[in-house]
Structure formats: C-alpha cells, structure tokens
Design a binder for this molecule. Structure first.
Ligand SMILES: Cc1cc2nc3c(=O)[nH]c(=O)nc-3n(C[C@H](O)[C@H](O)[C@H](O)COP(=O)(O)OP(=O)(O)OC[C@H]3O[C@@H](n4cnc5c(N)ncnc54)[C@H](O)[C@@H]3O)c2cc1C
Length: 481
C-alpha cells in the first residue's frame, strides 16, 4: 500500500478548491477535498457569480471588442504596476478559456448579462445565469463525475511535514497523507483578529465592519494560519475590496451608493462621483480624513428616486438590497443615526461638518445641475435619470463608511506554478494555494467585479494540474511494495 492516502488533498471547496480538485483528478490523481462547512461551495456559492474575462465568445456575441492584452494593460495601469505581472498575464491569457471551461461544465454566461464591472470602459463582467450557486453546482457535479472524494465538517488545523515538504493534513486527531496539498480556504473576512492584523483599514471601522462572506462561517483566514505554521510568506498587507455603507443595523449587502446623494468629506467637500463603481468608491472614501464621508440629500429627491434600485444592481442579479429608502432612513432618523434638519447649514452642523463648506459644495452642485444640466466637476452619471438639485427641506446627512468587505486580499505567496513560497522565497515542496487565500494577485485597487471568482478558477485549475502531475510523478518514483 502507498504511504499516502491520496495523491492530492484540497483544503476548501469554493471555486478554487473545486477547480483544483477537478484538474488534479483529470491528470489521473486520486483527490480528496476536505471542507470545514457542512456543505460544499464556500463563499463562491453565495456570490453574484460574475467572472471577469476578455476576448470571450459572450463578448463577441454582444459586439464587444476586447483582448487579453487590453485586460493585462488595464490591470497594471490601474495598480500603477504594483502587481505581479506574471500572474496578471496568466489571468489575462486564460480568462477566455476559463469562461469556455465553465460553459463546457454547464454554466451559462448570456450576452445580455454581460456588464461593466470595472472602470476600463469595456464590458468584461460575465454574469453566470444562475449566479454563484450555478458555478459551484457545475464544479461539484464535475468533481463527482471524476470520483473526487469529499469530507464535510472537517476543519483542517495542521499540515503534516516531513523533511521540509508537505505530506498531508491534520484535523483534530485525524491525519490524511498526500504528497501534494492545495490550500483553497478562501479569505478572512469573518475574523476580526485577522482583519486587525492583515486588513487594518477595514478593521478601522470596528463594530461597523462586516464581510459579505458572513454566510460562509469558515472564511476565517485558516490558509494564513496553516501557511504561517510552515513559515510561508504572507503578503498583500491591507489589501482587499471595501464597499460603502451607511452602517445601519439592517446590514444589507450593498456595493453602490445611490446617484442622487451628494457625498462630502469631513471638510465638507466632494471628492468623487457618488455612483462610481465599487471598484473605486470604497477606496476613495477610505482615503478621506477619518476614512468616512456624509451623504447629503433632500427628502424630495429621496422620495422621487428611492423606488429605483437599479443603481444598486448594475449586474442585473435581482439580488440588490438598499438602505437608501425613505422608510429605512426615517427609522434611522428616529434612532438618532441619521441627521435631519430644515436647512443645509443645520444638518451639516448636526453631522459635525463645516456648515459654510457644505453650503458652498451644495450651491455649486445645484448650480451645475440647474444651469448646465450636469455634474460638471465629478461628471456623475445619473443612472438613466436626470440628477436633481438638493434644495427642498427637509435635508438629511448620513455617515457613510467603506465598512463592507467584498473580499480580502492578504494571504499566501506563490510562484507561477501556484507553489507556496516561504519567508526566504523558497518553494515549500508539496504545498500549493489558489483563490482568495492568495496575497499576491490583487493590487491596491480592485481591478473589477469577477476577478475574485475568475482568479479562483484560473489559479485553482492551474494548482490542480501542477499538483496532480507532481503527485503522479511522486507515485511512479515510489519503491515497489
Ligand atoms: C455575496 C457575495 C457576492 C460576491 N460576488 C462576487 C462576484 O460576483 N464575482 C467575484 O469575482 N467575486 C464575488 N465575491 C467574492 C468571491 O465569491 C470569493 O472571493 C471567491 O468565491 C473565493 O473563492 P475561493 O474558492 O477562494 O474561496 P471560498 O469560495 O470562500 O471557499 C473557501 C472554502 O474553504 C473552506 N475552509 C476554510 N477554512 C477551512 C479549513 N481550515 N478546513 C477546511 N475547509 C476550510 C470554507 O468553508 C469554504 O467552503 C462575492 C462574495 C460574496 C459573499
């Protein structure tokens, strides 16, 4: 009998883990996926299911011209080149194939669900017709067909090491051995301790901070803990996606601010187009003094526009929720969370803002809209509706913070074969990683909606192929029993 129980063990069953398991199994390796939760799918299954890709059949059908080179250049420029060109290049070159692969497994990415999910001006957000659940379902089905085994309710808490290489995993008293182990445990959005250590600008908001991963309870950064236990390099400090929220108790998953508010910082000045993509808004707020801003608006605009939730759902997912409705805002006024007054000066003062500055900001905004019909400074798009001036009492001021975590981006460092690197830059033999547990892929800015699942699938597949091949090579070099 082999000294190993499996050729490849994958920790975690989201898009990265299942993609790795499938490709490892395709090489002929025996594969076990170990999952802490009581079902497969991870945060991936709860997601909107947008994948980011260039030069795809879906784009061609929609008449969108694009290329891998354009995607590559955009991500590098957006991040001022402070990203790993080898990984971005691999992503760019494989993104179209990733969509084809998911399609071949049963996913659909209809042309009418192709969206702008970034700030490149090119529609690269491919929305799965059955959202994240559909993506995880097809991966689960394919893994099953290939004979991948799964162990649910099994949280891995240790890596087995022999002579400096990884030879398996531990969960409590149970040990499983394999020459290749893939860490695909996702991010750490649900762990306040990990956030304080690795994503302090998100943790800054204290009790207000929460992650959209809340329904996937084991998104706790175990990949980092496991990696640290074997001297793995942790990288990507303070990176991730943060989305703006009024921090009400309702805790709706929201990524966009409504176009009809005017956002001012602590100095009472505007600093962004309020309805800009969540690829940029959270970061822009985070860069303001106090890492916060205030939404100023009047009741008339809120009532006239509050029924239109399309601003919150540019991906047409039908999953959008909004805190920016009259009933919610008035409830928060009663609780003293939202300020309401008869003049702009009064409401600004209640929020602790400089009344002169806010009054001037609103005057310029109103003048531009009334006289010129547009937001001349920040060039805000009204989402198909004309922008309204903020001029009829009562007025409101709502504090907004970038406190919803869309994903975390600190984690393990890997080489281009997805092999985990130690603190001296050396490969930890037998150990691979992919997905949100990586700290070396995303830059300081979120390139766009879909790069998280996209990278989980692309790098998960690659990790699985390399691990499978390595494991089979290890098997064939074992002495005969
Ligand atoms: C509501 C929502 C909407 C989103 N929308 C999008 C989108 O449209 N596009 C996009 O690109 N991204 C989106 N994201 C982010 C994206 O879903 C994730 O970043 C991505 O799916 C991560 O995939 P993963 O395979 O790395 O990890 P996950 O899918 O999170 O899977 C990790 C798995 O590892 C398991 N695990 C953790 N620790 C252990 C352990 N010690 N032992 C065993 N198992 C363990 C977890 O239980 C989990 O099942 C969204 C996320 C959410 C929650």
């Amino acid at each position: 009998m082999s000294a190993f129980d499996y050729d490849v063990i994958v920790i975690g069953s989201g898009a990265a883990g299942l993609s790795a398991a499938i490709e490892a199994a395709e090489t002929g390796a025996s594969v076990m996926v170990v999952e802490a939760d009581d079902h497969l799918g991870g945060a991936t299954r709860n997601s909107t299911g947008v994948v980011y890709a260039a030069d795809t059949k879906t784009q061609a059908e929609a008449g969108v011209e694009d290329s891998a080179d354009a995607l590559y250049d955009y991500v590098l420029v957006l991040n001022q080149y402070a990203v790993r060109p080898d990984l971005i290049r691999m992503y760019a070159d494989r993104s179209s194939g990733m969509v084809d692969w998911l399609t071949s497994l049963g996913c659909e990415f209809p042309a009418n669900m192709l969206v702008h999910s970034d700030v490149s001006g090119v529609e690269r957000g491919h929305t799965s017709k059955t959202f994240g659940l559909g993506i995880s379902d097809v991966l689960i089905n394919r893994a099953g067909v290939l004979g991948v085994e799964t162990a649910l309710g099994t949280r891995v808490d240790g890596l087995l090491m022999e002579d400096g290489r990884t030879v398996g995993i531990r969960s409590g008293e149970t040990e499983l051995r394999a020459p290749c182990v893939v860490i695909a445990t996702g991010g750490f959005g649900n762990s306040p301790e990990m956030l304080a250590k690795w994503f302090p600008s998100a943790a800054y908001h204290g009790e207000r901070t929460w992650a959209v991963h809340r329904d996937a309870p084991f998104i706790l950064g175990d990949g980092i803990t496991l990696g640290e236990s074997v001297d793995a390099q942790i990288t990507g400090y303070d990176r991730g996606l943060i989305q703006p929220t009024p921090c009400f108790d309702s805790r709706y998953v929201e990524a966009f601010l409504p176009p009809w508010i005017v956002a001012v910082n602590e100095s009472g000045k505007r600093f962004m187009a309020e309805w800009d993509s969540y690829a940029v808004c959270g970061y822009l707020i985070n860069e303001q003094p106090g890492r916060r801003c205030w939404a100023i608006f009047d009741r008339k605009t809120m009532v006239e526009n509050g029924d239109d939730l399309s601003y919150a759902d540019p991906y047409n997912s039908g999953l959008a929720t909004s805190s920016w409705e009259e009933i919610t805002i008035e409830r928060e006024v009663e609780k003293g969370v939202v300020h309401k007054a008869d003049t702009i000066r009064e409401v600004a003062a209640m929020a602790g803002l400089d009344a002169d500055a806010v009054e001037e900001t609103i005057r310029v905004y109103n003048r531009d809209i009334e006289e010129f019909g547009e937001d001349r400074v920040f060039r805000k798009d009204g989402n198909g509706r004309p922008l309204s001036p903020v001029k009829e009492a009562p007025f409101y001021a709502v504090e907004v913070r970038p406190a919803i975590i869309g994903f975390t981006a600190a984690g393990l460092d890997v080489n281009a074969d997805m092999q985990v690197l130690d603190t001296r830059g050396k490969v930890i033999e037998g150990l691979y990683a992919a997905g949100e547990t990586l700290g070396c892929f995303h830059g300081k800015r979120y390139a766009g909606g879909g790069t998280s699942i996209g990278s989980a699938v692309i790098f998960g597949r690659h990790a699985g192929t390399v691990a499978g091949e390595q494991a089979l090579a290890a098997r064939s070099s074992e002495p005969a029993a």
